[in-house]
Design a protein around this ligand. Structure first.
Ligand code: UT7
Length: 323
């Protein structure tokens, strides 16, 4: 069976925060942020907007674009997020209820790669006959867990959500490969406390999102290179076959390093980190929706996704676009 993306939708909160806005309360500058990350602005959830709210809006956008029938036969909902509304219930159950779906529901928490991880779970569930169609959402209200006095993390992240219906597609279309990886020896480099005060090795867990940017940067460049090539190879393709590379939008320098390694011109790379910052699990579906809106994807195009983050973890996938 061919399994791919049947419908997509996205949402970002209306409030925008520019680099200049940070200059008023942090020792930072527009110049530093742009030159080190490529980020110019990011969207910020309103006080009463949460991960569930953003997920609802992304699904509403999906319905607006594809009609209510796009949700027909959806019997599983997975919300990939690092900022669930609550430890329990799952944010996915709130989505199930909101849209009256006759579906199982769970959250998937695996750093920024969560959405690609969740898509792989959806793919496998459908192939195994466990589900017919799966609603896979990446949604984040990251700005609610930032330490706003920490200039090395606060300027990097933004809020948003993307929603996809994964299901059977016609011959010639659909996912061709998945690569999932993790290296928990780097757990302390990107971490935040929940119920335990320490990691198993005794490293104290911080109260807010903490990142060792330099270490994560080196890790990211390394795994973006290996995971992309592995995913392309597993798909039976070569990098030249990739019409559009849709990488995790964390840092323009990291994207550039991966692009160079793949030998792809910028015309074949989707970039919107400048306007959204790092939206973690929402990053790839937001970039994908924008690429579609810009007319940059045609049926039959081979797309390459790659993402990395807390865990440390990574994921890559090749999809032949079309339904
Ligand atoms: O999805 C999760 C993935 N996470 C990421 O993608 C993050 C990966 N890492 C990065 O993107 C980069 O490492 C950063 C953008 C976080 C930092 O860039 P960098 O070129 O690695 O800078 P650095 O961490 O080596 O810091 C250079 C200097 C430091 O000052 P000293 O120690 O050299 O005096 C920082 O304190 O820049 C300073 N700095 C800042 N200066 C102005 C850190 N943040 C800021 C800031 N404004 N916002």
């Amino acid at each position: 069976m061919n399994v791919g993306i049947r419908a997509l939708g996205a949402y970002t909160p209306s409030k925008i925060m520019t680099n200049e806005d940070f200059e008023s309360f942090l020792e930072t500058s527009d110049e530093w942020i742009i030159s080190r990350t490529g980020i110019k602005e990011r969207h910020i959830a309103a006080e009463d907007e949460y991960t569930s709210t953003l997920a609802f809006r992304a699904v509403e956008d999906l319905i607006k674009r594809h009609g209510q029938q796009a949700l027909e036969d959806v019997d599983l909902v997975i919300v990939a997020t690092n900022t669930p509304d609550a430890l329990f219930p799952a944010t996915a159950a709130l989505v199930q209820n909101r849209f009256g779906l006759n579906a199982g529901a769970y959250d998937l928490l695996s750093g920024c790669p969560g959405w690609v991880y969740a898509v792989s779970q959806a793919y496998a569930s459908i192939q195994a006959g466990v589900a017919n169609k799966v609603l896979v959402i990446g949604s984040e209200a990251l700005t609610k867990i930032m330490d706003w006095n920490d200039r090395s993390t606060a300027v990097l992240f933004g809020d948003g959500a993307g929603a996809a219906v994964i299901g059977p597609v016609k011959d010639g279309y659909g996912f061709r490969s998945f690569v999932l990886g993790a290296d928990g020896s780097g757990a302390k480099e990107l971490a935040m406390r929940c119920t335990a005060p320490n990691l198993p090795d005794g490293t104290p867990l911080p109260q807010n999102a903490f990142m060792n940017g330099r270490e994560v940067f080196k890790f990211a460049v390394r795994v973006m290179n290996t995971a992309t090539l592995e995913a392309v190879d597993k798909a039976g393709l070569t990098p030249e076959d990739i019409e559009l590379f849709v990488p995790h939008q964390a840092n323009l320098r990291i994207i550039d390093a991966a692009r160079e390694r793949l030998g792809l011109p910028w015309e074949r790379v989707m970039v919107n980190v400048d306007r959204y910052g790092n939206t973690s699990t929402a990053s790839i579906p937001l970039a994908l929706q924008e690429a579609l809106d810009l007319g940059r994807i045609q049926p039959g195009d081979h797309l390459l996704f790659v993402t990395f983050g807390a865990g440390l973890s990574w994921a890559a996938s090749v999809l032949t676009w079309g339904s």
